[in-house]
Design a protein around this ligand. Structure first.
Ligand code: NAI
Length: 292
């Protein structure tokens, strides 16, 4: 299979914008699509300042930064992705919404294109089943933030071909990532282990065992994790964590995966984490008192 020259990314939130940046910096032409024009505008601003930061830190030359920005196109129209060699989906973690999108992608993408999902937990086999090309559908799970985190977890659906797997692995390696490979079971490797820990941290808070600060400090200093589980949940997005727990609970059929009621309540209240300014912790800036 030929080297990837062009890439489509669908969903320009925290993951999609990072994946688009990563592709452009590695010499790939990228179309970034989102149904929300405001999300596209935020992504454009975010990627520009992120590339500028790399240039000012000397991690990217000015010429390479300009080249990367020139490779990026932003669009609200899915059809614009028709010529992409690989399309990576990074929209909301909902199986119904993703299946609808994959059915649409199958219609607009060229016949040789690979359709990859950045899903954290949803079955690749089921996403593939709504397309006419299940052998070209695969999971390509980047970690957050994609330009920095070194791992890509590749998930083979029941019908994913060796050719699709090899091309996806080659792309991940070209983007500077280490690859691990998982079979297609709910949560794959990373979230099957990580999310129950985060959920347990919510239960620890919910049942009054300890304060949020002590839970996070305990796991940082006690187990050498760079972030505590509750801080990490805020970083990932509590809505994303809840969706993953629901997939684990239904997909693996064990009550040990039932989402903690406190996690459910925070999501119901719109406390989605850093992206909303409030989750387990508060990130909104308190306005300076007006000086008399
Ligand atoms: P996000 O909420 O930041 O962004 C999602 C974007 O998708 C939004 O801009 C939204 O407007 C757009 N969108 C929703 N439906 C769409 C549609 N039908 N067509 C086009 N655009 C649509 O979400 P985030 O955190 O970037 O997550 C995206 C995916 O990546 C999810 O599947 C999530 O599970 C996965 N993921 C998330 C990680 C995290 O730490 N947040 C880590 C690894 C994977």
């Amino acid at each position: 299979m030929a080297e990837t020259k062009s890439m489509g990314v669908v969903g320009s939130g925290q993951m999609g914008s990072g994946i688009a940046q990563l592709g452009a910096v590695h010499g790939i032409d990228v179309w970034l699509m989102d149904s929300d024009p405001d999300a596209l505008a935020r992504a454009s601003k975010f990627i520009s300042s992120s590339i500028q930061r790399l240039v000012s830190k000397g991690q990217l030359s000015q010429a390479a930064g300009t080249d990367a920005l020139g490779r990026l196109r932003f669009t609200p129209n899915l059809e614009e992705l028709h010529s992409a060699d690989v399309i990576i989906e990074a929209i909301v973690e909902s199986e119904d919404v993703k299946r609808k999108l994959f059915s649409g992608l199958d219609k607009i993408a060229k016949s040789s294109a690979i359709l990859a999902s950045n899903t954290s937990s949803i079955s690749i086999t089921r996403l593939a089943s709504v397309t006419s090309r299940p052998c070209q559908v695969i999971g390509m799970h980047f970690m957050n933030p994609p330009p920095i985190m070194k791992l890509v977890e590749i998930i083979r659906g029941a019908d994913t071909s060796d050719e699709t797997f090899n091309a996806t692995k080659a792309l991940a390696l070209r983007l500077g990532k280490t690859v691990i490979c998982s079979q297609d079971y709910s949560g794959f490797i990373v979230n099957r282990i990580l999310m129950p820990m985060i959920n347990e941290a919510f239960f620890t808070l919910y049942t009054g065992v300890a304060t949020k600060e002590d839970i996070d400090t305990g796991m940082k200093l006690g187990t050498n994790h760079p972030m505590g589980p509750l801080e990490l949940a805020d970083f990932i997005g509590l809505d994303v964590c809840l969706s993953i727990m629901k997939v684990l609970h239904t997909g693996l059929g064990d009550s040990k995966y039932a989402p903690c009621p406190l996690l459910v309540q925070y999501v119901d209240a719109g406390r989605l984490g850093r992206k909303r300014g409030i989750g387990v912790y508060e990130y909104r800036k308190v306005p300076e008192p007006v000086k008399p």
